[in-house]
Design a protein around this ligand. Structure first.
Ligand code: G2I
Length: 480
């Protein structure tokens, strides 16, 4: 597994707009140790994004891609925000509606819009018990685990180099007092599903900040204690987690907890950064404004609280619009909560360190584009035997993902085995849609139950990921 362990908000190239904002305020800031205070009001940011950039932070919003045709919406988005999160467009049901058939049209639109406007993108979410496609409902055990790992790998590979932070796993802990995992189809594949997802995400996009994201973990309570124990364990065992996302959906019954900042800090002390990922606060007027201000001040007090994302732009865009929980009203007019948020950002705080010192391999400064090798010409033609296998490899420094297409010969197949040889030093770390024997040197991959039968001339695909260099030689296919 790729052991690049240091991640921070500075890993991706700083967007031009953010860079400009950072440069323009430098003269107005006085650094005192790690704390930066505003020396002159002349440098105060006039938008949320510019004000957050003064301390090296992003200020983002969830975006529903179908609203990008609303000029009022887009006007506020482009003026105020430096990061976007896909509301629903990057979830499993949206990106893989049929097994191994990926649809990126909506997610790509959001990423293109962000890139054209100098914004970062937070990816949401690779693995979650909700908003799964229908086809996962009939899967369990190894088949579901492999489907999930394939999903994580394919989506993170598609967006490789373009996502600042991924919510790799969302909402995996139970509500209530147990402090344990939530029951779900994914949880029933085994307790290690979360770490498997993080490893797959790291292998697929080594430059992204990898987050665990959840709600009702904003204060210290049994649920946040459970997440805390998981993060501590992951850090101790080298599972690649970089960040915890605190959704921060607050209501009258569940207000901003008194120990919000202290709770964020205890996670930072485990060696992860923290992000506020879906902020919205029920209410109106000065009490709502005061709550927003408290959240912003808590984040700015912590140097590794790297950014804040609100859960939409106008109250009418909210998933719970009756709570009027956002910073703009339905007409796009700034609410008192907008002013208090902007003021809190402009009041300054700790600066986000540009990069975190690496404890192992230094992360690459630029992410090399994935290279796809053409299918090897040495693949035996299917007509000559029972079947043929062709391999395509996406590789990067230190790892690879291989996709193998099995094509049946004229008699069709009722089971298949693909053999290939990995170069010295390479190790298979995850396999989907097949069962492997061996993880290095000569490795065999055998069909699972659901993909054993392949009609004459038809094909099926499986994949695997690994560390080191991917396979370069021929793969052979035969009946078992
Ligand atoms: O549930 C609220 C949020 C909790 N944290 C994770 C977030 O991903 C989640 O967001 C919301 C979206 O904002 C809603 O837009 O997740 C909901 C589903 O859990 C989203 O709602 C769904 C509706 O349930 C579907 O009926 C609808 O087709 O949005 C879909 C697309 O508009």
């Amino acid at each position: 597994m790729n052991q690049v362990s240091a991640r921070s908000s500075g890993r991706r190239t700083t967007p031009p707009r953010l860079r400009a904002a950072l440069a323009s305020i430098t003269t107005g800031l006085v650094a005192v140790g790690t704390t930066v205070v505003l020396a002159a009001s002349a440098s105060a940011g006039t938008t949320l994004g510019a004000a957050a950039a003064e301390t090296g932070r992003y200020f983002g919003t969830a975006v529903a891609v179908n609203r990008l045709s609303d000029s009022g919406y887009v006007g506020i988005l482009n003026r105020e925000f430096t990061s976007v999160t896909a509301d629903n467009e990057m979830k499993w049901d949206a990106t893989e509606p049929s097994p191994n058939q990926f649809t990126y049209t909506s997610g790509d639109k959001l990423v293109s819009h962000a890139e054209a406007n100098g914004m970062r993108v937070r990816g949401h979410a690779l693995a979650w018990h909700q908003q799964q496609p229908r086809w996962t409902a009939v899967l369990s055990g190894t088949a579901l685990r492999n489907a999930m790992l394939n999903h994580v790998t394919q989506v993170a590979t598609h967006y490789r180099g373009r996502i600042h932070a991924w919510n790799v796993v969302n909402e995996a802990f139970a509500d209530g007092g147990s402090g344990g995992r939530r029951d779900s189809n994914l949880q029933r594949t085994g307790d290690d599903w979360i770490e498997a997802a993080f490893r797959a995400a790291r292998a697929a996009d080594p430059g992204a900040t990898l987050c665990y994201n959840d709600y009702y973990i904003e204060g210290q309570n049994p649920k946040s204690n459970g997440v805390y124990a998981m993060v501590r364990d992951f850090k101790a065992r080298g599972v690649p987690i970089d960040c915890v996302g605190f959704q921060s959906h607050f209501t009258a019954q569940s207000p901003v907890p008194a120990d919000y900042q202290a709770n964020l800090q205890r996670f930072v002390d485990l060696g992860v950064e923290v992000q506020i990922t879906e902020l919205d606060i029920e209410g109106s007027g000065s009490s709502q404004a005061a709550s927003y201000s408290r959240v912003v001040r808590a984040c700015l007090a912590i140097s590794r609280c790297t950014g804040i994302t609100v859960s939409g732009i106008r109250d009418t865009d909210s998933w719970r619009s009756s709570a009027t929980p956002l910073l703009f009203d339905g007409n796009g007019t700034k609410k008192p909560a907008y002013a208090s948020t902007l003021d809190a950002l402009n009041a300054g705080g700790t600066t986000v360190p540009p990069t975190t010192p690496s404890t192992t391999t230094p992360p690459p400064t630029t992410t090399p584009p994935p290279t796809t090798t053409p299918p090897p010409t040495t693949t035996p033609p299917p007509g000559d035997g029972d079947c043929a296998a062709s391999v395509s490899v996406n590789s990067w420094s230190g790892g690879f993902v291989a996709t193998v297409k099995v094509t049946a010969g004229p008699a069709g197949l009722d089971g298949w085995v693909v053999d290939l040889t990995l170069p010295s030093g390479a190790t298979v770390t995850a396999v989907w849609s097949a069962q492997n024997t061996g993880t290095s040197g000569d490795v065999s991959f055998r069909n699972l139950g659901y993909n054993s039968a392949v009609g004459a001339g038809a094909g099926t695909e499986f994949g695997f990921q690994g560390t080191g260099n991917g396979p370069t030689g021929a793969a052979t296919c035969a009946r078992p």
